[in-house]
Design a binder for this molecule. Structure first.
Ligand code: NAD
Length: 305
């Protein structure tokens, strides 16, 4: 078990696994595992629970006993799914365990953007007293790209504060579901054209890599804000920098980056209209507990225990 949170929030689950006869090795270092630590742990394991550790073909080839992998979260882009399938290794993810936490984080980023939290906190601490004029979110439109577990949670929060929610998904959304969630279904271009805030909630796949680039920025409102708490590779960061610099969009708030942490030389870091957090959207006590429980259940079920 590599995720740091497991040692803290999954003590009951570790005890449950041990009581069923499993020998459990859990990362108790408080730090992420290195690739070497990860391989050392995985190579003799029947099952692994992993975070963002790279579990590609080369790694799996060295793990001959491996039967089950559970992602501590939902994004499985760090796992070679095709090779796992070929080897007959079950791969699960903790669907829905952190969707509320991520949705709340995105809402927090939207509020921070609209209320100028970042520049005012920084300015007042530095002895200043700046008075930027913010905006209300009520009445604004939020475009949600990817209407899965997180997209749906975010839609609920946004409609609750009086935002108009526009949704787009690669799969046809049932109009009844949209109506129940008080959302309007649109094409990607329509969503980009109509939204004051655009939030990404798709997985990182070949089909979603660089899905938001110059052409999409040119479809967006000049006053729009782009939110990304999905995966870094979904936004073309060079095009994002240019869009923010030339005013194609007003601002962007990100929790995820093409390289994590972002490279110190990334020009995005110097922009005042780029607000960022450190891939923490799902990191809440509640989500960690749920994720420990769901991942343990998956492992036990697929080991037949
Ligand atoms: P989900 O599987 O429930 O939903 C994803 C949705 O995206 C699905 O409805 C799917 O149909 C849609 N989709 C797939 N390809 C698409 C495309 N090309 N265009 C439009 N829609 C497309 O997943 P979720 O739980 O909502 O999570 C979404 C993503 O968020 C994850 O894959 C993960 O990468 C990311 N995530 C980030 C954090 C974080 O801490 N920042 C935490 C959890 C998840």
């Amino acid at each position: 078990i590599t995720p740091r949170g497991f040692a803290r929030y999954g003590t009951d689950e570790i005890a449950r696994m041990e009581s069923l006869g499993l020998s459990v090795q859990c990362n108790t270092t408080g730090n992420p595992y290195s690739a070497d630590n990860f391989l050392e742990m995985a190579k003799d394991s029947d099952a692994i629970i992993i975070g963002v550790d790279i579990c590609d073909r080369a790694v799996m080839k060295q793990c001959q006993k491996l039967k089950v992998i559970c992602k501590f979260g939902v994004g499985t882009d760090n796992i070679d799914l095709a090779y796992a399938k070929q080897r007959g290794i079950y791969v699960g993810r903790t669907v829905g365990s952190n969707s509320l936490s991520v949705a709340e984080h995105v809402a927090a980023l939207m509020f921070a953007d609209a209320k100028n939290l970042y520049p005012t906190i920084r300015d007042v601490k530095a002895g200043g007293w700046c008075k930027p004029t913010g905006a209300e979110l009520h009445g604004k439109s939020l475009g949600i790209i990817g209407f899965g577990a997180i997209g749906k949670s975010l839609a609920k929060i946004a409609t609750g504060i009086g935002m108009h929610v526009i949704i787009y998904d690669a799969f046809t959304i049932d109009p009844k579901t949209a109506q129940e969630n008080e959302c309007t279904i649109a094409s990607l271009d329509e969503l980009l054209e109509m939204s004051d805030y655009v939030s990404l909630h798709v997985p990182l796949l070949d089909s979603t890599r660089d899905m938001i680039s110059t052409q999409q920025f040119d479809h967006m409102k000049r006053d729009a804000c782009l939110l990304n708490a999905s995966r870094g590779g979904i936004v073309d960061e060079t095009a994002l920098y240019e869009a923010l610099k030339r005013g194609a969009i007003r601002s962007a708030c990100f929790d995820v980056y093409s390289s994590e942490p972002p490279r110190p030389e990334s020009p995005l870091l110097a922009l005042d209209n780029f607000l960022l957090t450190s891939h923490i959207a799902s990191r809440t006590r509640e989500a960690e507990r749920r994720t420990c429980l769901i991942s343990t259940n998956y492992i036990l079920e697929h080991l037949g225990l």
